[in-house]
Design a protein around this ligand. Structure first.
Ligand SMILES: Cc1cc2nc3c(=O)[nH]c(=O)nc-3n(C[C@H](O)[C@H](O)[C@H](O)COP(=O)(O)O)c2cc1C
Length: 159
């Protein structure tokens, strides 16, 4: 399957997870592209105060994996802006993940995933899975591995 992993990352955490997922899916025989959303303007980005510079296109992919950091108890504004630019996702299988610092998932994680899911479904995507990676604390490695494995499973031949 031709899969695009499209992500935004400020300090590299989301990129790390995206790269791990890319490795797994490529090893499983998929054709995978890692696509980073890039901006100009001050960071951390604030709504309306940055410009999207690199806007990955989605047309060529059968499936998408979208990854973003949580920011200020919500979805990072760069991913929000990117989602607004997306064309129809009709017929595309989509998985979503966010990375965050605070261990409580409801402090931004579930809300951010909810915003991404709603935006993708509005564009008629078939959202098949969502994951939240917690970066702080002793469970970080397990949280990353869980995300990698769950997302990879979504694209196994039986799914
Ligand atoms: C301005 C700012 C606000 C943040 N707000 C939250 C938050 O509300 N909840 C949370 O769990 N993490 C928060 N974080 C932490 C990031 O979500 C976390 O470090 C994430 O993994 C960063 O991903 P990145 O390295 O791909 O940019 C915030 C980070 C920044 C810089």
């Amino acid at each position: 399957m031709k899969i695009g992993i499209i992500f935004y990352s400020l300090s590299g955490n989301t990129r790390q997870v995206a790269e791990k997922i890319e490795k797994n899916l490529s090893a499983a025989g998929h054709t995978v592209s890692l696509e980073e959303i890039r901006i100009s303007g001050d960071t951390p980005a604030q709504a309306g105060k940055f410009k999207l510079e690199h806007v990955p296109s989605v047309e060529e992919f059968e499936a998408l994996i979208l990854g973003s950091p949580v920011q200020a108890f919500s979805l990072n504004p760069v991913m929000k802006a990117y989602l607004d630019t997306m064309p129809s996702l009709k017929g595309k299988k989509v998985a979503l993940f966010v990375t965050k610092h605070l261990p409580m998932l409801w402090l931004g994680g579930t809300g951010a995933i909810g915003i991404m899911k709603k935006a993708c479904e509005k564009k008629e995507a078939r959202v098949v899975g969502t994951e939240i990676v917690v970066w702080s604390g002793k469970h970080r490695s397990r949280s990353i591995k869980n995300c990698e494995d769950s997302v990879s499973r979504l694209f196994s031949p039986s799914n």
